[in-house]
Every structure is written in structure tokens, then in C-alpha cells.
Write a new protein. Structure first.
Length: 375
């Protein structure tokens, strides 16, 4: 009897469990049918970014290269003495900043002692010629009259004249044996040295420094003054090595001074050969002419280099990388590589861009190659 009751309880529990599971399944189905989906069944439309585009035509562009530098005198010398003596008054007061023309007497050194020494040498030569005249009369008759005429015109106070030319080898050997030629050339050397006691302006210019005054004892090699040529000035200016191919000797340059509000003309006079390893610049030397130029003043300007043929000028901010821009082809962004010819402060001269290319000219932020865009 107990076994029968236990079996009955198991059957009842099973039936109740099945009823509960069935009821749960019914409720789940009912609720699921009543729930609305939060996902739209409409097709999502992708928005394309709108960009602005521009086209650029190739042309011939003027090529201007910026230059600047300090003015320096083209000629600058230190006037030195090659002789010794006491400085004398030269007739004009020598002061710093004073202008002198080429050939003006600047310094005069006392040469009286040297002059007397030279006259003594001339007298010795005159004596030597006089002593050989009797032998010439008998051994070299054909030359006697020539040497006599030379001796008659000999004047120790005047520049010495050239010796008579020997007519025979025997005469030449005889004159040489009397030490005539040696004395003659010593006198010529002394005459040349006497000219160095007077120092003249080598060019027209201004005295920039003065080191001696009348009464000063001058020694050979001593620097007397410094002088610059004020008729021609020069500027040394570095330019990028990449611009060198556009520059030639003779190109014109316009230079100005912001302090004086003046302009001057110049031209490329020389091109340096030493490249600065750090900056990759090479020096240009520009000759400058005109009134008002001063040694040491700062000038800046532009050099008109060779024109750039068949180039396109593009704003620098349109570049994605160093040499690439975005162009639109069939509503798709394409990265196009260009050849940069010259870079300016705000623009770049390039080759390789067609007039039909639509270059993106609006903001490049967020754009990528292959992106679909509207324009």
C-alpha cells in the first residue's frame, strides 16, 4: 500500500512539472509576439564629405631669390712703408674719413740721406767711366765717341741714363771688368727705392685708419694707414644650393636699406665654390654701385634669376606630404605625387600637375586616399 502511494506521488509531481513548463513556454511565446524591434528596417544611407577643389594651369613664373648681407669695400688696403725715415708734412692733412683721389700724395718720408748716398754712387760710376776712357781710345776706338758723349751728359742730379751698348764682345768684357755694369744697376735700384719715400693713394677712396703723424720715425714694413675704395662695394650673401642653377654671373639685383629708405642696383660678380656643409648654402658676391653706400651697412633685396618654364604655382597648405596633393577622380580621393621645382614662403612651384586635375583646396583634416567625396 505504501509503495502504491509513493508511485502516485511521483506521477502527480511529473504532471505538475510538465504543466509548469508548458505554461512558461506559452507565456514566453505570447510576450515575444508583443515585443517591437528597436532596429530600423530602413536602408542606412552613407553621407559623403563635401570638399572644395581647384584647378591650376602651368605657366612661366618669374624667379626671385632673396639676398641680404653687409656692404664691404671691394678694395681695402693697408698702406705700408718699405723704407726708413722720419715722416714729413705731405701738404694735406691725413685724417680718418677724409677722401683722396687716386694719385694724391698721402705720406712723405725724409729721403735726404738716401739721396746723398745715391749721388755718391753716381759719382763713383762717373769716376770709373772716366778712368777707362784712355784705354777705350786705343783699344776700342769705334766706341770711344759714344762713351765720351755719355760721360759729357752725365749729371748726378738727374736720373741715370742707360749705358751705351757694347759694339763687340771684347768691349763688353772690358767694361764689365771695370765693374761699370754692377755700379749702374745698383744706382737704378737706389733710384727705384727713392720713389718709395713718397706714398700715393692707390685708388680713389677714404682713409679708415691712421697710425702715424709728421715727426714719427718710420720703419720698413710699418702700417701707416688703411684705405678703402668708395666707388665700388660688394655684398657676400648665401643662397640655397638648389637655387644655384637659376643664377649666372651678370644677373641684376635690387637692394635696399630699411634704415635709409634708399635702393641700389647690383649684379652678380662672382659665385663661390665652398659650400656650407651645415646649411647647404653657397656664397654669391654682388657688386653694388651708387651714392650713399657705406662700408658695413646692411642691405637686402631680390635677385632676378632665370625664369621657371612650364611650372604650376600651388599654395603650400594644399600638400598632404612633401610632394603630394589630393585630387578628385570619379568622386574618389587620389594621392598624386608632384615634382617640386622651387619652394617659396607660401607657395611651391611644381611640375607634373595637369590643368584638368581637380586639386582639393579645402581643409585636408580627416581625408584619406580612396575616400568618396562630393565637390
Amino acid at each position: 500500500m505504501e509503495k502504491t502511494n509513493k508511485t502516485r506521488r511521483n506521477i502527480v509531481s511529473t504532471i505538475i512539472t510538465l504543466l509548469i513548463l508548458g505554461l512558461a513556454g506559452f507565456l514566453f511565446k505570447t510576450l515575444e509576439g508583443q515585443k517591437k524591434s528597436t532596429v530600423s528596417d530602413k536602408v542606412v544611407k552613407k553621407e559623403r564629405r563635401k570638399v572644395e577643389v581647384s584647378s591650376f594651369a602651368a605657366s612661366t613664373q618669374a624667379n626671385s631669390i632673396a639676398v641680404d648681407g653687409r656692404v664691404q669695400a671691394h678694395e681695402r688696403v693697408n698702406l705700408t712703408s718699405r723704407v726708413q725715415g722720419v715722416m714729413q708734412e705731405a701738404g694735406k692733412s691725413i685724417k680718418e674719413g677724409k677722401y683722396f683721389k687716386k694719385g694724391d700724395l698721402l705720406f712723405s718720408i725724409d729721403k735726404q740721406e738716401a739721396d746723398y748716398a745715391m749721388k755718391a754712387q753716381k759719382s763713383s760710376l762717373m769716376t770709373a767711366i772716366t778712368q777707362m776712357m784712355p784705354d777705350l781710345k786705343f783699344d776700342h776706338v769705334q766706341s770711344f765717341d759714344t762713351w765720351k758723349s755719355y760721360l759729357d751728359q752725365f749729371d748726378v742730379n738727374k736720373p741715370i741714363k742707360a749705358l751705351p751698348v757694347a759694339k763687340t764682345d771684347q768691349e763688353k768684357y772690358y767694361v764689365s771688368g771695370k765693374n761699370i755694369y754692377n755700379q749702374y744697376y745698383n744706382i737704378k735700384s737706389q733710384e727705384t727705392r727713392l720713389n718709395e719715400y713718397s706714398i700715393y693713394a692707390p685708388f680713389s677712396g677714404v682713409i679708415t685708419a691712421i697710425n702715424v703723424y709728421p715727426g714719427t720715425l718710420i720703419s720698413p714694413g710699418q702700417v701707416l694707414a688703411s684705405m678703402i675704395n668708395t666707388e665700388q662695394f660688394e655684398i657676400s650673401t648665401p643662397i640655397p644650393l638648389s637655387d644655384l642653377k637659376y643664377v649666372s654671373i651678370g644677373h641684376t639685383v635690387e637692394l635696399s636699406s630699411s634704415d635709409l629708405s634708399k635702393t641700389w642696383k647690383g649684379k652678380v660678380n662672382r659665385i663661390g665654390t665652398q659650400i656650407d656643409a651645415a646649411t647647404q648654402n653657397i656664397p654669391l658676391y654682388i657688386s653694388v654701385y651708387g651714392r650713399g653706400l657705406k662700408d658695413g651697412m646692411y642691405l637686402k633685396g631680390s635677385l632676378k634669376g632665370q625664369n621657371l618654364e612650364d611650372v604650376t604655382k600651388i599654395p603650400k597648405d594644399l600638400f598632404v606630404s612633401t610632394n603630394a596633393v589630393y585630387v578628385v577622380q570619379d568622386s574618389t580621393l587620389v594621392l598624386k605625387e608632384l615634382s617640386a621645382v622651387k619652394r617659396l614662403s607660401n607657395n611651391v612651384m611644381v611640375r607634373g600637375l595637369s590643368e584638368d586635375d581637380q586639386v582639393v583646396s579645402s581643409s585636408l583634416a580627416g581625408l584619406f586616399e580612396g575616400q568618396k567625396v562630393n565637390y
